[in-house]
Write a protein that binds this ligand. Structure first.
Ligand SMILES: C[C@H](O)[C@H](C)C(=O)SCCNC(=O)CCNC(=O)[C@H](O)C(C)(C)COP(=O)([O-])OP(=O)([O-])OC[C@H]1O[C@@H](n2cnc3c(N)ncnc32)[C@H](O)[C@@H]1OP(=O)([O-])[O-]
Length: 718
């Protein structure tokens, strides 16, 4: 709703009230319209100020209403009412003016912003475009190039940049509402003709076509199949080529096209999913709202390889004092240099003070005796990690939290090396750890609620999105990656090429296909895990070479590693690179020859494999494992899995995530296709639909937010 009051005698104050961000719900819109009519009808009122409660102007349209039938006054007539007002209307912008909130402000005749306010059109991140005149008013106010930048990127601008762009008229460090009231009194009685943005001609810079061509190329390059960015360009183009009213019609057409698209639904689902994972719970009863985190002032990182260095930087940038330990002298000095460089680049990029002084380096584990929390990031070897945990348990002060950055080893086995297994938890960062937003917080059966809460809070303080997951081989992300990679290998055996498989996945929206990612992260990483799992065996030909534990197995990755083809780092992998460390993947004739030889050796006949089969086998195998993870209670809900895959594994955000995508395809369709492939490949258990998936499909494809009810049923009923 919206409140009305009279201030300073002649100023009508309209205050938006819809916590937490004063979103433009039906009730708020109704309130604004009613209060505007009231202010315009009261003769004592000479001007109007619109502001938001709790120091926030407006977070835009109420996304929670998108799934329901529209009620209340529509946005466009509301902004027209304000712009057409006969009395000056001033927007007092505190905190945020985003999306429909900025459109509301642009319909006002003046905008006063607090210096800490942020403004922007983030609709594109929700698969939409500014649909209440933003695409028509912004280019008229600030010009086409700047408007295209803000609307196609969705980036937030500071009040200072908004002033420089001409979006706001004044920026104040004082109370923006008081400043707006003073300003409103100062413009009372002045003509408003020159303040109605929709009446402005839209600037036509000489190289207009080139500007739009460049913008369209830019969005095509970065969109990876998302349709909203390109549609935003079309809407701004209408502002230049059409009169305002016609431009608004075009904006409405393009908005409804996006609003009803699957991508918008996926992006809105993801918006709430990323917020839902912060309301975490564990299988052993710990919860976000009942488990209290412990204070952590000083942390330590053991092992300063690639991951250890990134974690150290991320901790220091978050303001923690850090003890960084590397027992190898040479590695320690190299790490110091690398960390300093990362801190300097980060400080420059984010305009924040350097955090060098936060870090103390040591080559002795003894140095961590008085810290509150330790993150172990040594080589991914269980025996080595066990030794480190035994040392830490002996050295550290009582009550210290011992965390491991392992990407898939048994947390509970490590906990058994300590006197306090309840103080052990996994904090699985993703490379580069100071950049990637995702953190898998892995709780073991003995991890105490406090420890989980502390690790989750640490992640948030480090600017990460923390997702709580249970302890199992590979946790959630890497566990689902296994059947995905497995299918990709099998497709090569049956006639596909790495280029073909990667092209299908990149057209789906992944930044990189599975084989390019494998070359980037190094084929030897997976090889070591398969060796540890006892999967790598000498036998290279005949049936046994391709069977493990009664199931189909492809030794292709092992054979490449045996030939030293570890990917980018060796200049050869599934692709060839111009030199070791090269980044540009080129198809490798040697590999095609090797695949033909391999098929001949194993009596395999290459066949044509179409786009759909590649997509279905890779994605449905991954999705099926996701349902198995939900069934096992390793992840609390589909949102947890989807956030992990979007933030950690490059799953295209405009596809919502693997679980949301399965719902969009139709769970019955996923079951039917898995069964189809399982019939052809009976020796691949990963194609056998898991019972939770079958159950949900059989109960009529319930909406994803209803899955938890089924998941929470006792396992026996699944
Ligand atoms: C026609 C018109 O052109 C079109 C059609 C539109 O206008 S489309 C809409 C365009 N607007 C947006 O895209 C802004 C989206 N929001 C944000 O970017 C951020 O929220 C934030 C504003 C920068 C605050 O960040 P935060 O980190 O401080 O807190 P939070 O945890 O994110 O958010 C705090 C709580 O507020 C909820 N929330 C935030 N914005 C909301 C919104 N627009 N509608 C409904 N709920 C919203 C959010 O779900 C969470 O709820 P809960 O989880 O606590 O229950």
């Amino acid at each position: 709703m919206a409140l009305y009051s009279r201030v300073s005698g002649s100023v009508g104050m309209i205050t938006l009230q819809n916590p937490p961000v004063n979103a433009l719900s039906a009730a708020v819109r109704q309130g604004i319209v009613d209060m505007m009519h009231r202010a315009l009808s009261e003769p004592e009122v000479k001007s109007v100020v619109i502001c938001g409660q709790n120091g926030k102007f407006c977070g835009g349209a109420d996304i929670r209403e998108f799934g329901a039938k529209m009620t209340g006054p529509p946005l466009v007539p509301m902004v027209h009412l304000i712009e057409a007002a006969s009395k000056p209307v001033v927007a007092a912008i505190e905190g945020i003016a985003l999306g429909g909130g900025l459109e509301l402000a642009l319909s006002c005749h003046y905008r006063i912003a607090h210096s800490k306010a942020r403004l922007g059109f983030p609709e594109v991140a929700l698969g939409l475009l500014p649909g209440a005149g933003g695409t028509q008013r912004l280019p008229r106010l600030i010009g086409v190039p700047a408007a295209l930048d803000l609307i196609t990127t969705g980036r937030h601008v500071t009040a200072a940049e908004a002033r420089q762009l001409g979006i706001v008229d004044e920026v104040t460090d004082l109370n923006a509402v008081d400043a707006a009231v003073k300003f409103a009194q100062s413009v009372t009685g002045k003509s408003l003709d020159a303040r109605r943005i929709s009446t402005y001609p839209c600037p036509r810079p000489p190289d207009l076509d080139a500007i739009f061509e460049r913008a369209m190329q830019q969005v095509r390059r970065s969109a990876r199949g998302a349709i909203a960015p390109g549609t935003c360009v079309q809407a701004v183009h209408a502002a230049v080529t059409l009169p305002y009213a016609k431009g608004m019609e075009r904006e409405r057409e393009l908005f409804s096209l996006l609003f009803t698209s699957g991508q918008a639904r996926a992006l809105q689902y993801y918006f709430f999913a990323q917020r839902a994972v912060s309301r975490w719970s564990t299988a052993n009863g710990a919860r976000w709202d009942t488990s209290k985190p412990r204070p952590v002032r000083k942390a330590a990182v053991i092992g300063l390889g690639t991951m250890g260095r990134g974690i150290t930087v991320s901790l220091a940038q978050a303001g923690f004092s850090v003890v960084a330990v590397e027992t190898q002298e040479k590695q320690l000095s190299e790490a110091k240099q690398a960390v300093s460089g990362m801190l300097e680049r980060g400080a420059k990029r984010r305009g924040v003070p350097l955090a060098h002084d936060k870090i103390k380096y040591s080559c002795s584990v003894q140095a961590v005796a008085d810290v509150d929390l330790v993150i172990e990031a040594v080589f991914e070897d269980m025996a080595l990690k066990k030794t480190v945990f035994q040392q830490l348990s002996a050295i550290c002060k009582p009550g210290v939290l011992l965390c491991t950055n392992t990407s898939g080893l048994d947390i509970d086995e490590l906990a058994s090396q300590t006197q306090s297994p309840e103080l052990v938890v996994g904090m699985h960062f993703f490379a580069p750890a100071h950049v990637m937003q995702l953190l898998e917080v892995v709780y073991g059966p003995r991890s105490s609620p406090e420890v989980v809460a502390t690790a989750m809070q640490m992640g948030k303080k480090m600017g990460k999105v923390s997702v709580a997951v249970g302890n199992c081989r590979g946790f959630v992300g890497n566990r689902m990656l296994k059947p995905y990679l497995e299918q990709a290998f099998f497709l090569l055996e049956e006639g596909a090429t790495p280029e073909q498989v990667d092209q299908v996945l990149e057209e789906f929206g992944f930044a990189m296909g599975v084989f390019k990612v494998s070359d980037l992260s190094g084929l030897d990483v997976g090889w070591k895990v398969r060796k540890a799992d006892g999967l790598v065996s000498p036998a290279s030909t005949g049936t046994s070479a391709r069977i493990r534990g009664g199931s189909r197995y492809s030794p292709l990755g092992d054979l490449l590693c045996e030939r030293g083809r570890f990917g980018q780092k060796t200049g050869r992998g599934w692709y060839q690179y111009d030199k070791p460390g090269g980044r540009v993947a080129k198809p490798d004739p040697w590999l095609h020859g090797f695949l033909e030889e391999y098929r001949a050796q194993h009596g395999l006949v290459a066949r044509h494999i179409d786009h759909q089969e590649v997509l279905e086998r890779c994605l449905y195998a991954l999705i099926n494992e996701g349902f198995q993870i939900l069934q096992d209670g390793i992840a609390a809900g589909p949102e947890d899995i989807d956030v992990i895959y979007v933030l950690g594994y490059g799953w295209p955000r405009h596809r919502g995530g693997p679980m949301f995508y399965a719902g969009q395809v139709g769970l019955d369709k996923v079951v039917e296709r898995l069964e189809h492939y399982q019939q052809i490949h009976p020796d691949v258990p990963g194609l056998q639909p898991c019972s939770l998936l079958r159950k949900l499909a059989a109960s009529g494809n319930p909406a994803i937010h209803k899955w938890r009810e089924v998941i929470q049923k006792p396992r026996s009923q699944l």
